[in-house]
Design a protein around this ligand. Structure first.
Ligand code: MN
Length: 228
């Protein structure tokens, strides 16, 4: 392909046990998918339809990286999340077929400029400035489902400088992975290369330069970043 300006690299994520990488097309994220987190954000945790937002694919930051504290915010929060990596997709995927489209799983941190997100909510404006900024999606290597299956339970945790901040379990997801895939595929045509962050448990809070964030999902992987 010939382009009129320099080409840029396709974002990708490492895969455990393989030299080949997982190419990233879109990053979708689910809002308020654990009841305790919905409550801490001031919302009713009743089972209303899941809602989604996106980050750009080049917001990916590999685990083990330095995370540059982003500009324009004094309240940057961590949100530890299970991540689903799709091998294939489609429209209007049925719940019972959804897991056939999953390549594997990873662990990510949905980093959020909470002050800017709250301002945008209050003004009825889009969330991008609060959610979709550079390096806002640190993620572990992807672990193929062929190696670990499709975990439906497992501790979800995040520590800041060795102190536990977030803790939950995959079995507390309000919307399960198959339900998330099915609902999302009614809104967008999904394809291989799409990542879905499935929501965060309670305990979100601020980070500051110098902090070391470590987290994980039992049975999937760990993720770690150093805030610069
Ligand atoms: Mn989140």
């Amino acid at each position: 392909m010939d382009y009129v300006i320099d080409e840029f690299p396709r974002p990708s994520v490492a895969v455990r046990g393989k030299t080949a990488k997982f190419p990233v097309r879109r990053i979708y994220l689910v809002g308020r998918n654990y009841a305790e987190h919905a409550r801490e954000m001031g919302h009713d945790p009743n089972r209303e339809e899941p809602f989604f937002f996106q980050k750009p694919s080049d917001a990916i930051l590999p685990t083990g990286s330095e995370f540059p504290y982003p500009p324009l915010s004094s309240n940057v929060h961590h949100e530890i999340e299970q991540v689903v990596a799709l091998r294939s997709g489609g429209k209007n995927i049925r719940v019972n077929d959804a897991l056939d489209h999953v390549y594997g799983y990873a662990v990510g941190i949905d980093i959020t400029r909470r002050d800017l997100q709250q301002q945008m909510k209050q003004q009825g404006r889009p969330w991008e400035v609060g959610k979709a900024f550079d390096s806002s999606a640190p993620v572990s290597a992807i672990v193929p489902a062929s190696a670990i299956g499709h975990p439906q339970q497992g501790r979800v945790w995040l520590e800041v400088n060795g102190e536990l901040r977030q803790e939950g379990d995959l079995n507390q997801l309000i919307w399960t992975v198959p339900e998330i895939i099915a609902t999302l595929s009614t809104q967008f045509e999904l394809t291989g290369g799409d990542l879905i962050f499935t929501g965060t448990p309670a305990g979100v809070g601020p980070i500051k330069p110098g902090d070391r964030l470590t987290g994980g999902v039992e049975g999937i992987a760990d993720v770690e970043i150093q805030v610069q």
